[in-house]
Design a protein around this ligand. Structure first.
Ligand code: TPP
Ligand code: MG
Length: 319
């Protein structure tokens, strides 16, 4: 049976964007209160790419993220409570508290892993796509990565092999114009990152990544192509993060002056739904989701820490 990805978006997608926003704002607060340790990178302002792409996937499709992974995991179906527990190092977290933010994994919902190695998720996604192809399965793999990742050697090797082997993979570049604190112009002369994919004969589109109504159909077309034997696609989503590179980022190079609230994907999609006369369906969404996320955080912080006996579990592969 051929599965077609949904190309439309509606109030349930607004709800998912609010869930991600509320989760990350709460995570920011918990980080400031010392409840979360390690580096925390938030994708506030970039929710439309996560929801646009993951909302067009099937449960068995596999997602691979990077150092800014929360939205991708939530949009793929991860529970906020187990995510908070993971960030806070609790036993009930998706990885028993050992993965934290950057090495988060929730394979039971098809969120295979995040990684702190920039571009390190690309070969992993290709591996999943190769496995799917060799087994004759119809699952699609997706890698989310940034404009900085597109300047690595791994990125080019992966574009080459994805095209050569016609793998069922969708490469989603979240181009927010910055790698850490360096603007795109400081790390490449290539203005359109999608041009790289052209070189390797991969179908590509550069789109407004902050407009869910644009991301969803573009993602659905790429996912359908991969699922139906059409090989890889490259989606360059132009986006804008509304926070610094990481929480507590003291440089302020990406501070208030550089923020453009008009690009906020939640505000934009809310306006779209109002214009489509769907206002009645939006009532209470934000309040309900924020309450749900508060409760999830509270329960996560009340969860037990790992035991001494947990120290060596899931650290090395068991025979
Ligand atoms: C292989 C590797 N090199 C360098 C770093 C340090 N580093 C962490 S995030 C980052 C910038 C990534 O930029 P981009 O891919 O655009 O992602 P964004 O932070 O904008 O989401 C760098 C260089 C790293 N984690 N891994
Ligand atoms: Mg970037």
């Amino acid at each position: 049976m051929v599965v077609t990805a949904p190309a439309q978006s509606g109030p349930e997608d607004l709800e998912m964007m609010w869930r991600i926003r509320a989760f990350e704002e709460k995570a920011s607060e918990l980080f400031a209160r010392g409840k979360i340790s390690g580096l925390l990178h938030l994708a506030i302002g970039q929710e439309a790419t996560a929801v646009g792409v993951c909302g067009a996937l099937q449960p068995t499709d596999r997602v691979f993220s990077g150092h800014r992974p929360h939205g991708h995991a939530i949009a793929k179906g991860a529970e906020t409570g187990r995510l908070f527990a993971e960030l806070a190092g609790r036993r009930t977290g998706y990885c028993g508290g050992k993965g934290g933010s950057m090495h988060l994994a929730a394979p039971e919902v098809g969120f295979v892993t995040a990684t702190g190695i920039v571009a390190g998720n690309l070969p992993l996604a290709l591996g999943a796509a190769l496995s799917s192809k060799c087994r004759g399965e119809s699952d699609v793999a997706v890698a989310f990565f940034g404009d900085g990742a597109a300047q690595t050697g791994l990125f080019h090797e992966c574009l080459n092999l994805a095209s050569l082997w016609q793998l069922p993979v969708v490469l989603v570049c979240e181009n927010n114009g910055f790698a850490e604190f360096s603007p795109l112009s400081a790390h490449t002369v290539v203005e359109r990152l999608a041009d790289h994919a052209d070189t390797y004969g991969i179908p590509t589109e550069t789109i407004d990544g902050n407009d869910l109504t644009v991301v969803r159909p573009a993602a659905a077309a790429a996912i359908d192509r991969a699922r139906n034997g059409g090989g890889p696609s490259f989606l360059e989503c132009l986006t804008h993060r509304l926070r610094g590179h990481y929480e507590g980022d003291p440089t302020l190079k990406r501070g208030a002056a550089a923020r453009d609230e008009a690009k906020d994907p939640i505000q934009r999609f809310t306006r779209f739904l109002h214009d489509a006369a769907r206002s009645a369906e939006l009532e209470g969404i934000e309040v309900r989701v924020r309450a749900e996320v508060e409760q999830a955080a509270e329960e996560a912080l009340a969860a037990p820490w790992p035991e001494r006996d947990d120290l060596l579990t899931n650290v090395v592969a068991q025979p």
